[in-house]
Design a protein around this ligand. Structure first.
Ligand code: G6P
Length: 491
């Protein structure tokens, strides 16, 4: 946090993301503030609280435009102003093409290999280009100097780095791609693969969660563009502009805010069981995700079913509580997925709950972060079974929530987090028997082993927290800026 303050004091900092950190909605006379389920928001919010600046985001969730003032800017967070949130408003057509279409039916399945075919439509692409241009306009309007530091977030804005660079050649553009980057063969099926890669190469620094994704990106550049690739320095030079491709594993706020871990564990255990009509001594596991097909929720439920087949002693003594935040509901694939998840939960419950509580408690609704932490603190284990995930911050949040050093993390090998948390029970979500065995192990693990594993994981998250993530990117950028000033070049 101190490094952030030192590096950023007096700097002109702008963050751009699609998702806004706060959703303001009018409910009658009241204005309700909600914090959306998004790993990106979870990570960036504490950074923005630590350094004042402007966060530019799509005003999607704020149904009522009048809620924010007429300049489309609002000071946040609500309890203590730290930075400015500037909304960019999109028409329904722009949102359909850029957000639902190109970003979430095209790039999202393209980059997550989860066996859902990407869909590419030229109309969506046209909106994507236009919306990126609209956000470039917002960045230029918000920049107070000729050389701001602009932090561009995620696959919604692949073209933005180059657009910013064209207008503000002295800007330092740090782009972070929060999702995986696939191999060149996979990426090249996108009809606009070259434009996307060239757009990203407007960045001074381009970050991914893992070295594997950096390698895939550099291989893709090599395949698609006439660019100079330096594999030792891990830089790419296109049209005289140098981009450093670096690994920055994202993380969470540490230590967790007092309101997240304030309620005693015993109280969380009792309240969560009562809330879900489960007996006081009932064992519970928890899953927390957006209701997204990449998260492996079907595979997770099948593992629970397999556990009850293999170890019937758990029938009636254990339930798995799945918190599933509704997401991207305008997309067919998400609607189908929700129907399948609901049907599978019903089938498993019909099969195993004749005499007692249902083995699966499915809660398809938004939960505020504080409620989510109560579930983490109440559970014997947390199960993250993503089929593919850039990092997965739920895994790190669960670890942060367990200051009692108890609880077991079961973690898919296909998450970035699995590389940092080898003390979790690492599983292949496609292997139901292996997952079921891990569930049984989690439910029977000795407290001393839970503590040993949890201590190591907590140590890792404490050291590599989100300030370290942002701090390392900004330090690298600061070195570039200094070098650039010396040599009279832009960073
Ligand atoms: C992932 C993406 C984020 C996105 C989040 C929630 O974490 O990397 O960019 O904000 O999912 O998805 P949504 O479409 O609701 O913003």
């Amino acid at each position: 946090r101190t490094i952030l303050h030192a590096e950023l004091s007096g700097e002109d900092v702008i963050v751009v993301s699609n998702r806004e950190p706060y959703i303001h909605q009018r409910r009658g006379e009241r204005i309700e503030v909600q914090r959306p389920a998004s790993g990106l928001v979870t990570a960036l919010e504490p950074i923005m609280r630590a350094c004042s600046g402007v966060w530019i985001a799509h005003g999607s969730g704020s149904a009522d435009r009048e809620v924010v003032d007429k300049h489309d800017r609002i000071a946040v967070p609500p309890e203590k102003t730290a930075y400015q949130l500037r909304r960019v408003w999109l028409s329904a057509e722009e949102e359909a093409g850029y957000y639902y279409g190109l970003a979430n039916e095209g790039l999202w399945p393209l980059c997550h290999i989860a066996h859902v075919r990407p869909t590419f439509r030229s109309g969506d692409w046209a909106h994507y280009v236009a919306v990126n241009r609209k956000f470039a306009g917002a960045v230029i309007a918000e920049a107070k100097t000729k050389n701001p530091i602009v932090l561009v977030q995620d696959y919604h804005f692949a073209l933005l780095p180059r657009m910013i660079r064209d207008e503000l050649p002295d800007a330092t553009v740090i782009t972070f791609w929060h999702i995986p980057w696939p191999n060149p063969e996979s990426f090249a099926i996108c009809p606009w693969a070259e434009e996307i890669v060239a757009g990203l190469l407007g960045s001074s620094i381009l970050g991914f969660h893992t070295q594997f994704h950096c390698n895939n990106f550099v291989d893709t550049v090599d395949r698609l563009l006439e660019a100079r690739v330096d594999r030792e320095a891990f830089t790419v030079s296109l049209a005289g502009k140098l981009t450093a491709v670096r690994r920055y594993p994202i993380s969470i706020d540490w230590p967790p805010a007092a309101e997240m871990v304030g309620k005693p564990i015993e109280q969380c255990r009792a309240e969560i069981r009562q809330l879900n009509s489960l007996p006081a001594a009932h064992a519970i596991g928890v899953g927390v995700d957006r209701l997204d097909y990449t998260k492996g929720i079907m595979e997770r439920f099948r593992a629970v079913e397999r556990l009850l087949e293999m170890k019937p002693e758990w029938i009636g003594r254990f339930s798995f509580v799945q918190i599933a935040a509704p997401t991207r509901a305008g997309i067919d694939e998400y609607q189908n997925h929700e129907a399948q998840v609901r049907a599978l939960a019903t089938r498993i419950n019909q099969r195993f709950s004749r005499t007692g509580p249902p083995p699966i408690v499915l809660k398809v609704e938004h939960h505020e972060p504080q409620q989510v932490y109560e579930y983490y603190r109440a559970a014997e284990f947390c199960f993250v079974s993503s089929l593919h995930d850039g990092m997965n911050l739920v895994a790190k949040e669960f670890v942060a929530a367990r200051d009692d050093e108890r609880g077991v993390l079961i973690l898919s090998q296909f998450t970035g987090a699995a590389r940092e948390l080898p003390e979790a029970l690492i599983v292949n979500p496609y292997d139901a028997d292996q997952c079921a065995a891990a569930l049984h192990l989690a439910l029977t693990m000795e407290p001393s082993e839970q503590r040993d594993r949890m201590r190591l994981m907590r140590g890792l998250v404490a050291e590599f927290n989100v300030y370290r993530w942002a701090g390392r990117m900004l330090l690298d950028a600061a070195v570039m800026r200094r070098r650039g000033r010396l040599l009279g070049k832009s960073a």
